[in-house]
Design a protein around this ligand. Structure first.
Ligand code: EPZ
Length: 425
């Protein structure tokens, strides 16, 4: 795991070549937490990406007593979780605050051990990120929860009880936590207005592989029959749709010719629709997206981020970078997070013309970006700055790359494989 903190990019080179997507970070994190529903059994996961956040989750699960085997080589990236009969139930402060997704151990640990103490995940640069919907659902299932000194103490006498739960917002994390909690509850749980991201489907298949009957309903609901004891299982992490979009847009911005393999086209419908609308040249064949050079600049488009299947908030900074060198004036409205435009001032240092008014970014296309020294403020902002550096004239230095290593496996190697001049310093 490289943790060099700065990337130097020599821009203006059209990307050319073929890369393959990693396993999805936001699918791997919840399906790894599924192992906490086991007692004395094993969960095997394939296609687990090698990322900072994945390693943090591995450390967190080890600290709870899970023995973890990692088998990685060119072809395989497999992680095997050997779960003891008795798990620990206190989550360490340092690990919990390193990654917000630590909140995903709450549901499975409470369901399996009957108690959990979990430091409240911190906010981050894209908003406050509370977990009130997670806690509200667990309370409805009978959990006693109190928060003291920034730590969530949850406990249940006996078992969680199956309930009908309505989510006020289709929160991805709350959906995942409650699906895992329902797996060992007594009786049936129905959760309405759930998140419909592909990562939720992945979680459903992993729960099924350890013996939990899960039925996803087209109406945005899920029905789960609680079981007494789960059994060992094996599943695979889906491809990373956000990583795929990032490289697709890098191909468009540098006017390159690239192929991205192991993509699930239905997972990126919203992005493909916006690329089509903006006049980008691409083709989708089975699981390969091919980006072609185009003589014309992108047309301006208007975007509003929405829960899946809407335009994904996680691709919003990357799209803003691509639109910063499109024709005309584009707008992006961020409706999922409170403040996800910190990257705009960094792009403006590279010559972009982006104005933010409340939750809308107004992007006036400029002819070219110029290389500059910029700072990554969060994972997807960092990716957007790297893409801007690839398209800009001259040299760009992206600092605080630690954010980017959380979600982009070997991004320097992948970009060099596409002919980019990038190096870690
Ligand atoms: C997941 O975060 C992803 N992270 C995020 O990806 C992604 O942006 C987000 O879903 C939306 O798609 C992982 O899967 C690890 P939410 P999560 O609960 O679960 C509010 C990335 O870059 N909310 O759907 O935290 C919340 O504040 C990351 O890979 C509550 O108010 O997202 C936010 O405004 C960034 N109360 C909105 O809902 C709650 O109890 C969406 O949050 C929960 C959420």
């Amino acid at each position: 795991m490289t943790i060099e903190n700065t990337m130097r990019i020599n821009g203006g080179i059209p990307l050319n070549g073929t890369i393959k997507t990693q396993g999805a970070k936001n699918a791997a994190l919840p399906v790894m937490a599924v192992c906490l529903l086991l007692r004395g059994q094993t969960l095997t996961l394939d296609n687990v990406p090698d990322l900072y956040d994945i390693n943090t989750m591995i450390e967190l699960l080890k600290a709870l007593g899970v023995e973890i085997e990692i088998n990685r080589d060119e072809k395989t990236s497999q992680v095997i979780f050997h779960v003891p009969e008795e798990l620990k139930w206190e989550v360490s402060e340092t690990l919990a605050r390193k990654m917000r997704a630590s909140s995903l151990v709450l549901g499975p640990l409470l369901a399996n051990c009957g108690k959990v103490s979990l430091p409240l995940p911190g906010g981050c640069s894209i908003g406050s990120r509370p977990i009130d919907l997670h806690l509200k659902g667990l309370k409805q299932m009978g959990a006693e929860i109190e928060i003291q000194n920034g730590i969530v103490y949850a406990k249940i006498r006996g078992k969680l009880r199956g309930r009908r739960i309505y989510l006020d917002f289709p929160s991805v994390g709350a959906t995942e936590n409650l699906m895992m909690a329902a797996s060992l509850a007594s009786g049936e749980t129905i959760i309405e207005n759930i998140a419909r991201e592909p990562e939720i489907d992945n979680l459903a298949t992993t729960l099924r592989c350890i013996g939990v009957p899960v039925e996803l309903e087209g109406t945005g609901g899920v029905r789960i029959q609680g079981i007494d004891k789960a059994h060992s299982g094996r599943d695979r992490v889906i491809p990373d749709r956000i990583e795929a979009c990032t490289y697709m847009l890098a191909g468009v911005m540098t006017n390159g010719h690239i192929k991205i393999e192991d993509v699930v086209p239905s997972h990126i419908d919203a992005i493909l629709a916006k690329l089509e609308e903006s006049g980008a040249k691409f083709s989708v064949k089975k699981h390969v997206v091919e980006i072609f050079p185009s003589k014309r600049k992108l047309h301006p488009v208007s975007i509003k981020t929405m829960p899946y299947p809407g335009f994904p908030t996680d691709s919003q900074p990357q799209m803003a970078a691509a639109l910063s060198i499109a024709k005309g004036v584009s707008t992006i409205e961020e409706s999922v997070f409170q403040a996800r435009f910190l990257y705009a001032q960094e792009l403006n240092r590279m010559g972009a013309d982006i104005q933010i008014s409340r939750d809308i970014a107004i992007i006036r296309g400029v002819d070219k970006l110029q290389g500059a020294v910029v700072k990554a403020t969060d994972l997807r902002a960092g990716a957007a700055l790297i893409m801007a550096g690839l398209a800009a004239e001259g040299e760009t230095i992206v600092e605080d790359m630690v954010h980017v290593w959380r979600g982009y496996e070997a991004i320097d190697k992948k970009l060099r494989a596409l002919g980019a001049q990038v190096e870690l310093i």
